[in-house]
Design a protein around this ligand. Structure first.
Ligand code: ZN
Length: 119
């Protein structure tokens, strides 16, 4: 059964078009810390914070600038990552990403000894 995740711009009520929705869903399994990712084709911008850099935040094409401005105001002193300038990557996934996820990379709790069966 497909899972539908509803994304919403944090500055307005915009929801992504179907193609951008697919991009955003693909980014749910990213393992990044403190990074902006572009979500085409609707030009959404996603902030993958984490820890002291806060939760993931989403902005529609119209509010990309508001998102970077907001993050730089809130985290500019502690995280150089918020000052990153475009162009932003669309993904940081690699062959190692799935292995890391299987080993608990998306979990707040480490899974030492309960890793994937891939290795
Ligand atoms: Zn918006």
């Amino acid at each position: 059964m497909p899972v539908f995740v509803r994304f919403k711009c944090q500055f307005c009520d915009a929801s992504p078009d179907p193609a951008t929705q697919t991009s955003l869903e693909g980014q749910l399994r990213e393992l990044v810390f403190g990074e902006y990712l572009d979500a085409p084709p609707g030009r959404w911008l996603v902030w993958h914070g984490g820890g002291p850099l806060g939760p993931r935040r989403y902005a529609c094409a119209e509010h990309r600038g508001d998102l970077t401005s907001y993050l730089r105001g809130h985290y500019g002193c502690i995280g150089y990552q918020v000052w990153a300038m475009p162009p932003y990557a669309m993904t940081r996934r690699s062959g190692d990403t799935e292995l890391a996820i299987a080993n608990g990379g998306l979990s707040p709790m480490p899974k030492w000894g309960y890793g994937s069966r891939i290795a």
